[in-house]
Design a protein around this ligand. Structure first.
Ligand code: PLP
Length: 388
């Protein structure tokens, strides 16, 4: 067992980051007549700017990323009796959003290199009840959108991108709003741009935007003064302060992604040289990876040792965490109208079973450090893995 240092030996840039732009934005929002979207201009402006950055015709800002997914599913008409294929290895929100609508999330296995939805495994799970397939762009590595487009074409299922990790990412040079599908983002505190909480949904056409607008505001059309609740829905509206902060955060996003890309190449190469450590692989068709997390696998690691490795990294000041369990290995997943059991699903998801047990991830702020610190991080990682 490695002995923990008395003091953290490494320091990294803080996250979240804010400057004058955020302060000015907050005051601008404060000085408006109203602080909700119908009383000011920040949410409207943010939606336009976010949509434009991603090449989408429209965006709707929401309270958080989970709600952006729920909103998208409700626009697709997903409800009881429907199924949505989700990756077995993802943050639970991808599955919970489906459950919230009364539908069944069907976990499919993921790719051992990219940790994104395995499209062949997905195809085997498509049934007449399947309303949508939800790829997650894990840690900013875009899922195989080419194969998913073919699957959608062949089966008629709709693709809904869970892009919570993929702000400004690209696939073959195309942005996340240029695939004709909805894409849901998160602005929770750890995300690549943040207002503490928040979300957004990119919409591919006028009708889906109209539906999303209605449903994110209790069914009310823009400018409604007569309580015309034209559809069911909920209140998923973002407030003006969050939008003002996010407009400021947008100004740093692409520059920071470029820095993370350089540091990530350096870190990946160094970590790959450590025996027993395998960094997340890349699919080079993803030509801008947004680097939400630096993920690695420690194949064959036992649960106690993985926790000990994370603890030892933390003691050195490295923001490390254990990865997600497979969604079906959580109690939350099973609170729905499901048959079967976790072991049964586990049999068809061998990769998620392994990654769920051996994955460790580092917060993306380590990728904003200088090159000497990234070298030192890799050295400490090697020492910790060797001694723990
Ligand atoms: C893959 C994925 N989907 C959805 C979400 C939900 O976003 P939020 O936390 O903003 O509700 C997250 C958040 O971490 C996520 O990682």
């Amino acid at each position: 067992m490695a002995s923990a240092p008395a003091q953290p030996t490494l320091t990294f840039p803080a996250w979240p980051q804010a400057g004058e732009e955020e302060r000015e934005g907050l005051l601008r929002a404060l000085d408006q007549e109203g602080w909700w979207r119908n009383g000011g201009g920040e949410v409207d402006s943010f939606e336009r700017e976010f949509a434009e950055l991603h090449g989408a015709p429209y965006a709707i800002a929401t309270t958080n990323g989970t709600h952006a997914l729920e909103l998208a599913l409700s626009v697709l008409g997903v409800g009881p009796g429907d199924e949505v294929v989700v990756p077995a290895f993802t943050f639970i929100a991808s599955s919970l959003a489906v459950q919230r609508l009364g539908a069944v999330p069907v976990p499919a296995d993921v790719h051992p290199e990219t940790y994104c939805l395995d499209v062949d495994a997905t195809a085997r799970l498509v049934t007449p009840r399947t309303k949508a397939v939800m790829p997650v762009h894990m840690a900013g590595q875009v899922a195989d959108l080419d194969a998913l487009a073919e699957l959608a074409e062949a089966t008629g299922v709709t693709v809904l991108q869970d892009a919570a990790h993929a702000h400004a990412a690209r696939w073959h040079g195309r942005r996340m709003g240029e695939f004709g599908s909805m894409a849901a983002f998160s602005f929770q505190n750890g995300k690549l741009m943040t207002a503490g909480e928040g979300g957004a949904l990119l919409l591919p056409d006028e009708e889906s935007h109209r539906q999303a607008y209605l449903r994110h505001g209790c069914g009310r059309p823009p400018g409604d003064r007569v309580y015309a609740h034209l559809t069911q829905g909920s209140n998923y509206r973002m407030n003006e302060f969050s939008a003002a902060v996010l407009r400021a955060q947008l100004t740093r996003l692409e520059e920071q992604i470029a820095v993370r890309e350089q540091r990530s190449r350096q870190l990946e190469a160094a970590l790959a040289r450590i025996p027993g450590v395998v960094p997340q692989g890349r699919d080079d068709r993803c030509d801008v990876k947004s680097h939400y997390m630096a993920m690695v696998r420690l194949p064959g690691v036992q649960p106690e040792r993985r926790t000990a490795v994370v603890d030892a990294l933390n003691a050195h000041g490295i923001p490390a965490f254990v990865g997600f369990p497979p969604v079906y290995r959580t109690s939350g997943y099973w609170q729905g109208p499901y048959s079967g059991d976790a072991d049964e699903i586990g049999k068809r998801c061998p990769v998620a079973e392994e990654i769920g047990g051996d994955c460790v991830w580092l917060h993306h702020r380590v990728l904003l450090a200088d090159t000497a610190t990234v070298d030192r991080l890799a050295e400490v990682f090697a020492e910790v893995v060797a001694r723990t």
